[in-house]
Design a protein around this ligand. Structure first.
Ligand SMILES: Cc1cc2nc3c(=O)[nH]c(=O)nc-3n(C[C@H](O)[C@H](O)[C@H](O)COP(=O)(O)OP(=O)(O)OC[C@H]3O[C@@H](n4cnc5c(N)ncnc54)[C@H](O)[C@@H]3O)c2cc1C
Length: 601
């Protein structure tokens, strides 16, 4: 069975109705574009997804990359698929024209990427990491670094990685021990071991540009002593040709439950003389620069979580419309025809939950993409600063909510298919396995929740927190103009009160009493805030849908908008009320988990 990869109508809704992306063409940077060029890029991504990735999606999963001690082998069909992305320009779509880019708005590039993610799992990850690596160097690297490393990455000759994690340093990067020693010529000798490095070795490009976090000899302990280096697999001569091997050895590949198209590598740097590394920016500022890439990667992770949720939802809807099984409780006649399972209310419950999670999450990540654009290209200084504050604040939620609830959506997609969902003839189990990584990498859910409470909420006198709440209040006011939305806007107002009271109590507890206890339930705070944000974005979608329905659209659109309103109702009736329980746990500083002694497990 083949199903539509993404819901084209919904992508159009998100892009042009919810976020009014067409208005972006008024900005100087996008003056060469219009709705037609946006759609052409999206359609190109869809065509590449269908032609190159969809036919090999299962093979990429069942034929994991192998390493014979000398070289990595990937299935041969992957290279032309990746090249098709590079040749189309989509891999550098948002970059400047001078750097081989198309100067496309990030929100349009994100929509285009959904087709590729849905069709090929993480095959696209090679390009995305390369792009994020190049973006970091453009922002923080010298002209020389940009010339030598960014240009070949933008043209597709080289690919890039992000090399942070070590065997003894995962969530806690402050403990990393990879060493950097300065040479007389101003370069550094890097030595140490990194693990889980995505795209750390492969045969898809001429060279691999690793961005490596390391500690310069004598640097302070902890995060203040971390520097960032470009460490290529092969050195590059002044004329751009490849030079000597740079002692970046592949120690082995990891075999994973999902995301198998992308190599996960253990890398050993500089076992003999040390790999040559080029410092990015200033010494000991490495983590700050790396956050440029991490923040971008966090939005990519959220986008992957949301996209896989949509893909599973789409697939299970199509399946449920075509799978005859059983009869309704009201039908007692065994000779009557079976109904398609979508006729069973419980199956519609599972589909509606997926729709609420998936399209809620998608609206959040696209909002994040738009903010990442606004902070650079909005027309006033004030608007740019406002977008920056919002994005900085919301990043842990943009990363986490779609990852957690996207995976839950995929779990439900499996359930809709029953036994057929558990076998690999249908892709929903693959979506689940691929998505399961998203709550783990780029900072686990637990780490994101600590970041939200200890840094993002209190930051700059709670500027991000207050800016977010103001945006929500604006939508509540708008929604009051629609009689079908008044109950929801009142419920969201109440939810904001719950959020504010909870925040006050937790922040006070963090200062006044035992901070370990005050933060023990931080994940519940992130979940609570995430639910409020998703409820807000559903209300925003409800406003657009209600307005469109007033204009009496044709039948297909009427069905589409009514579907939006029903998913909104589902989220407000079945999901949002959960925050009362989480708030209670937080406001009472519930110590159940904190008090559990190691010996009692
Ligand atoms: C497939 C895959 C791809 C990856 N790609 C990359 C990559 O390209 N580059 C790269 O550098 N890394 C990469 N990673 C590494 C990834 O970012 C780490 O796995 C992740 O940050 C968690 O680190 P860890 O695995 O060491 O787990 P740990 O840090 O050991 O965490 C284990 C558990 O303990 C919890 N925990 C840890 N510390 C705390 C704390 N202070 N408070 C509360 N809870 C805590 C965590 O939330 C988690 O639940 C990848 C990992 C995987 C699996």
């Amino acid at each position: 069975m083949t199903a539509t990869l993404m819901n084209e109508r919904d992508l159009e809704f998100m892009l042009y109705e919810l976020f009014d992306s067409e208005a972006l063409i008024k900005r100087n940077r996008y003056q060469d574009h219009d709705r037609q060029t946006f759609n052409e890029v999206i359609n190109t991504a869809k065509a590449i997804a269908e032609k190159y990735f969809l036919p090999i999606r299962q093979k990429l999963d069942t034929h994991q990359p192998t390493f014979d001690g000398k070289k990595v082998t990937l299935i041969p069909e992957l290279k032309p698929a990746i090249e098709a992305i590079i040749d189309s320009g989509i891999s550098s779509a948002t970059a400047d024209y001078e750097l081989n880019g198309m100067q496309l708005p990030p929100i349009v590039a994100s929509v285009a990427s959904t087709y590729l993610t849905a069709a090929g799992g993480v095959g696209l990850g090679y390009n995305m990491l390369t792009n994020a690596n190049a973006n970091l160097l453009e922002a923080h690297g010298s002209e020389a670094l940009i010339e030598k490393w960014v240009k070949p990455m933008r043209s597709g000759r080289f690919m890039g990685t992000m090399a942070m994690t070590e065997p003894g340093s995962g969530s806690g990067l402050g403990d990393l021990i990879t060493k950097a020693v300065k040479s007389d010529d101003g370069t550094y000798r890097i030595s140490g071991n990194k693990i889980y490095i995505s795209g750390g070795d492969h045969n898809l490009s001429e060279n691999i540009v690793h961005l490596v976090l390391a500690r310069i000899q004598g640097a302070p302990k902890g995060v203040k002593g971390i520097s960032l280096f470009v460490v290529p697999k092969f050195l590059v001569n002044d004329d751009g040709t490849l030079g000597a091997d740079n002692e970046v050895a592949l120690a082995g590949l990891f075999h994973k439950m999902g995301g198998r198209a992308q190599t996960s590598t253990a890398l050993s740097f500089g076992e003999k003389k040390g790999s040559i590394g080029y410092l990015v920016g200033e010494e000991n500022q490495g983590l700050k620069y790396m956050f440029h890439m991490m923040n971008e990667a966090r939005i990519m992770v959220g986008t992957s979580g949301a996209t896989l949720a949509v893909a599973g939802y789409q697939y299970s809807v199509d399946y449920a419309k075509n799978r005859p099984q059983g009869r309704l409780p009201s039908c007692k006649d065994p000779l009557s025809p079976m109904v398609n399972i979508i006729e069973h209310a419980d199956v519609r419950r599972m589909l509606l939950a997926q729709k609420a999670y998936a399209e809620g999450a998608l609206s959040l990540v696209l909002y994040g993409s738009q903010l990442s654009d606004d902070e650079k290209t909005a027309t006033t200084e004030e608007a740019r600063a406002h977008a920056h504050v919002l994005l900085n604040f919301l990043t842990p939620i943009i990363k986490t909510w779609p990852s957690e609830y996207g995976t839950k959506a995929n779990d439900l997609a499996i359930q809709v298919l029953g036994g057929h969902g558990y076998i690999n003839e249908h892709p929903v189990e693959l979506f689940y396995r691929d998505n399961r990584l998203n709550p783990i990498h780029e900072g686990t859910t637990g780490i994101q929740s600590l970041d939200l409470l200890t840094r993002k909420v209190p930051m700059n006198k709670m500027a991000g927190y207050s800016a977010t709440l103001s945006e929500i209040y604006k939508t509540i006011e708008q929604a009051k103009q629609y009689s079908n939305l008044t109950a929801f806007s009142a419920q969201l107002s109440d939810a904001l009160e719950t959020l504010k009271q909870t925040t006050d109590v937790v922040l006070t507890a963090m200062q006044a009493t035992n901070i370990d206890l005050a933060l023990a339930n931080s994940v519940k705070y992130l979940e609570l805030f995430g639910h409020v944000i998703i409820a807000w974005l559903w209300l925003k979608q409800g406003v657009v849908a209600s307005e469109a329905l007033r204009k009496q659209p044709h039948q297909a659109d009427e069905d589409f908008y009514n579907g939006k309103l029903q998913a909104l109702q589902y989220f407000y009736r079945f999901e949002l009320p959960e925050i009362a329980l989480w708030s209670n746990i937080l406001r009472t500083s519930d110590s159940t988990t904190y008090d559990m002694k190691v010996a009692w497990f």
